[in-house]
Ligand binder design. Structure first.
Ligand code: PA5
Length: 422
């Protein structure tokens, strides 16, 4: 379960009022046709889960790489979890990403890494029409055709898309790709716990049952107290002109999680001239770049720090010591004698405590505490953020589930690229 700790003063009566408002907003969210992610962990279709696991096994048997083609909500969630657990998960099939930009440098790097090794494609797009993944799909399809011939190529393509409409849906039906359906009531950035995320995660060696169990644990906590309080506090601070939130962690492997969070909150809240701008920081690295601003810059920032109740170092490893100890030296020329024999995790934990104490003198700081760095805790956190985000958008009186602003650049790009009008 996620614990919320306050390192700031929020007026208790205002918090009580807004927390009870958050409860009412949950009822509004429940009534929305795009809120099926709320009950997804509890209602997960067993046959779909089976389908995902079987496909993952097949991919692991015949592929050195799975190229996940998708952008935004179609890749950020599974990349977040894979990167977070990268020091522990194992799979003979490596996940590669394509179609999340229009950069030749990035795409060529993926093509080069595959070389003449075996690979499959998981093309993921809810709309089935997004340009960057559609282009990448063509390029990797051509490579599949060249290597395996059309028939085997088709059997190496897994399409995760809408169940009824879209170019990808139509192509998948026509060519008999193995298909996974993104439920109608779940939009891209809320879809990590559907086949969008679960198929790549299962291939990467993530325990998807545990991940779902974590989300379920948070979902059936019933009262959602911590989530309501977090959304209510953000709302109170927003009304006091705090318009930037920095999600900070002390583990570089959580950077991709920050990217997922950034899309979730940015696209859900940032519309109609409203919202809190979501930024991310990785400490202690960024204490030597952003730290100065956090400590003494314009005080319009609220900071949310991710932390762990247990040392996040994986426990299963065959190392004798679970953490790295600072070595003893016969002399003390570097002045580090006072740390001899201490674990690096201890230093990181003290750095976190020190940062919170220092920053809290200047800006409001929250701490979201996970039990550990495991599938279950990440499942807790995903559900926590999804619900907190939807409630936060409702507080701002904007629709948490659309992204009309994303269309503006697309229309202009299509005009410049000469896309024919329909
Ligand atoms: O949250 C969303 O819906 C969007 O950010 C999408 O995930 C993103 O634009 C990709 O769209 P699609 O999955 O339709 O290709």
């Amino acid at each position: 379960m996620i614990d919320l700790k306050f390192h700031c003063d929020i007026d208790a009566s205002a918090l009580a009022v807004e927390t009870s408002a958050a409860k009412n907003l949950l009822e509004e969210i429940k009534a929305d046709k795009m809120a099926d992610w709320l009950t997804l962990p509890d209602n997960f279709d067993e046959s779909e889960l089976d389908h995902i696991k079987k496909a993952a096994e097949k991919i692991k048997e015949n592929s050195d790489f799975l190229v996940c083609i998708g952008v935004g909500g179609s890749y950020l969630g599974h990349k977040a979890i894979i990167d977070a657990l990268s020091s522990r998960i194992k799979s003979n099939t490596k996940i590669l990403y394509a179609g999340n930009s229009a950069s030749t440098i990035s795409l060529q790097a993926v093509l080069d890494e595959i070389g003449d090794k075996d690979f499959s494609i998981n093309v993921i797009s809810k709309s089935g029409t997004t340009t960057e993944p559609a282009i990448a799909f063509r390029i990797f399809k051509e490579k599949l055709f060249e290597k395996y011939g059309e028939n085997e190529a088709f059997s190496r393509i897994y399409a995760t898309t809408d169940g009824e409409v879209g170019a990808l849906h139509d192509e998948a039906l026509y060519n008999h790709y193995e298909r996974f359906v993104i439920p109608n009531g779940i939009g891209g950035r809320y879809s990590v716990l559907t086949a969008v995320g679960l198929l790549p995660l299962a291939v990467a060696g993530v325990d998807i049952d545990e991940l779902l169990a974590g989300a379920r644990e948070e979902a059936v906590s019933g009262v959602f107290d911590e989530i309501f309080k977090y959304a209510a506090s953000r709302h109170i601070l927003r009304s006091r002109n705090y318009d930037v939130e920095v999600l900070a962690s002390f583990e570089p492997c959580l950077e991709s999680l920050g990217k997922w969070w950034q899309q979730l909150f940015g696209e859900s809240e940032g519309k109609e001239n409203k919202g809190i701008f979501p930024a991310i920081a990785t400490y202690t690295t960024d204490l030597h770049s952003l730290g100065q601003y956090m400590q003494q810059g314009r005080p319009n920032i609220l900071e949310t720090v991710l932390s762990f109740r247990e040392n996040p170092m994986p426990k299963f490893t065959n190392r004798v010591e679970p953490d790295i100890k600072i070595p003893k030296m016969p002399d003390n020329v570097d002045g580090l004698g006072y740390l001899e024999g201490k674990e690096l995790g201890f230093v990181n934990e003290k750095a976190k405590e020190a940062t919170i104490t220092a920053h809290a003198k200047h800006i409001p700081v929250f701490e979201l505490e996970l039990q550990d760095l495991s599938e279950k805790s990440l499942g807790n956190l995903i559900y926590f953020f999804e619900l907190a985000c939807a409630i936060s958008a409702k507080f701002e009186q904007v629709n948490p589930f659309d992204q009309p602003g994303v269309e503006a650049y697309k229309n202009e790009m299509f005009r410049l690229l000469g896309k024919p009008e329909n």
